[in-house]
Design a binder for this molecule. Structure first.
Ligand SMILES: *Cc1c(COP(=O)(O)O)cnc(C)c1O
Length: 461
């Protein structure tokens, strides 16, 4: 492995560069000591779960070390099984916009759970969350609750197919939509229209129904629509792609997509599982003022409990069972405890200045890092929008998946273990974005920026 550190930096850091070798040879005693409990728990977990985890990125495969087992979360901080605490910028991958263990959310969950956990029947809590969302979201008229983002997307795709009577879907390279079979498709080499599965177990016949295109290429999208519009049910996009770096799109691109969909009579699906309630209450639809035909939600909508949703006009939603022919159901859908967490969370977001405050903190974090990197001429750029940020090891702005240099991920690996040892927790992959929550204070932000800048210096000096 490439060593990117000066001798001085190496001597002063607990665990960076060349450390995987040191660790393998048992030399990195400090590292071993610091995470003994998590290491033991991970060894045990490997007996129970493939790769020791219940969701792959948690396994720390893209960074050094073993996953931290988290014991406790409060506000902006989490504590691992070994008793170290961290400023958390993963925030459970996005749902915790209020931070960990928010008192109102916890109280509402406790009040609700005192009456039982699940009935498989309608409850008032479902009405309350549905009403709150629809009252404050001008781009949708009806919704249905499900239990995850994946389930929301899967159902939205079925709805689009049922509504249009067509099968094919256009998706974009660099957008993630959960582990839905027909969306685990990436662009193949050569012609954009021949996709390849990105997972074993996805039938080729499913892949044939998915067309993968690069972001931003309006001409290519138009030419595919000209040729095949009669077979295409929908175009699905993360309007703010945030699962493969943060690939911020222009408002005009999203507007053009809307116009093309109108022109060719194809539905437009915004997958707002991350951006929904994150970039303002109305998400990316509100930010760009583009009205998609269907919006999917997840993450924040459940306030840290499992909730997803798909939403559309009343006319489109009337196709969902039992009102219409598109089947969709869920034993735990609109679970009252999860609805309570979602309601308590979303209520906070409607307070004056909530999003402005989040954005100001995120802007400050980004500025501190960007100005430091510029001063030192480090190839580092923080891209951010609202309270989402992404540390790219690049000098150029990045807005398409193919602009990310896979080799730059080696730098992230070094940064990640440096930050862990210094008490800052980022999601364990350089393709993942970070989130600022309402619980992060300006002091937290200053501290994180200082530590991140030190980590970057250690890599590049
Ligand atoms: C997280 C995510 C999903 C999948 O949601 P799960 O709850 O993990 O199934 C889908 N789409 C987007 C844009 C996401 O960020």
């Amino acid at each position: 492995m490439r060593c990117m550190l000066s001798d001085r930096a190496l001597a002063t850091l607990q665990c960076v560069a060349a450390s995987s070798l040191r660790r393998q040879s048992g030399l990195d005693v400090e590292y071993m000591d610091r995470y003994t409990k998590s290491r033991g728990l991970f060894e045990e977990a490997k007996k129970y779960f493939p790769g020791g985890v219940n969701s792959p990125v948690r396994a720390f495969k893209s960074v050094h070390g073993t996953p931290l087992f988290i014991q406790h979360g409060s506000g902006s901080k989490i504590t691992c099984a070994d008793g170290h605490s961290y400023l958390d910028f993963c925030c459970s991958w996005g749902p915790l916009i209020l931070g960990h263990n928010h008192p109102r959310v916890r109280a509402h969950i406790q009040e609700t759970v005192a009456h039982g956990t699940s009935f498989g029947a309608p409850t008032q809590s479902g009405n309350a969350l549905g009403k709150l969302i629809l009252q404050h979201h001008a781009y949708i008229e009806q919704l249905r609750f499900v239990s995850s983002g994946t389930e929301a997307v899967m159902s939205a795709i079925r709805l689009a197919r049922g509504y249009t009577g067509r099968n094919k879907i256009i998706k974009f390279e660099g957008c993630y939509h959960g582990h839905v079979d027909s969306l685990l498709v990436k662009a193949g080499s050569g012609l954009a229209t021949f996709g390849e599965s990105s997972s074993a177990g996805v039938p080729t016949s499913f892949i044939r129904e998915t067309i993968v295109l690069p972001l931003e290429d309006v001409d290519l999208i138009r030419s595919v629509l000209q040729r095949q519009a009669g077979e295409i049910a929908a175009i699905i996009i993360e309007p703010i792609p945030a699962n493969n770096g943060l690939l911020i799109q222009s408002a005009s691109f999203l507007l053009q997509l809307r116009e093309l969909c109108n022109e060719y009579n194809v539905l437009l699906i915004f997958d707002e599982v991350i951006s929904g309630f994150r970039i303002g209450f109305e998400g990316a639809a509100g930010l760009y003022d583009v009205r998609p035909d269907i919006i999917t939600f997840g993450k924040i909508i459940g306030g840290g409990l499992p909730v997803g949703s798909f939403a559309a006009s009343r006319e489109i939603m009337s196709n969902v069972s039992p009102e219409g022919p598109v089947y969709q159901a869920g034993t735990l859908s609109a679970n009252p405890v999860a609805m309570a967490a979602g309601l308590a969370t979303l209520e906070q977001l409607l307070k004056d200045g909530f999003y402005e405050d989040l954005e100001a903190k995120t802007l400050h974090l980004s500025k501190q890092i960007n100005s430091h990197a510029a001063k030192k001429s480090h190839p580092v750029r923080v891209q951010h929008i609202g309270s989402i940020f992404w540390i790219a090891f690049s000098r150029q702005a990045i807005s398409r998946a193919d602009q990310i240099d896979p080799k730059s991920m080696e730098y992230f690996k070094e940064l990640h273990s440096y930050l862990l040892n210094q008490g800052v927790y980022l999601g364990p992959s350089g393709y993942e974005v970070g989130f600022v929550s309402a619980a992060h204070t300006m002091e937290d932000i200053e501290q994180a920026a200082t530590v991140i800048n030190q980590g970057i210096d250690a890599i590049f000096n």
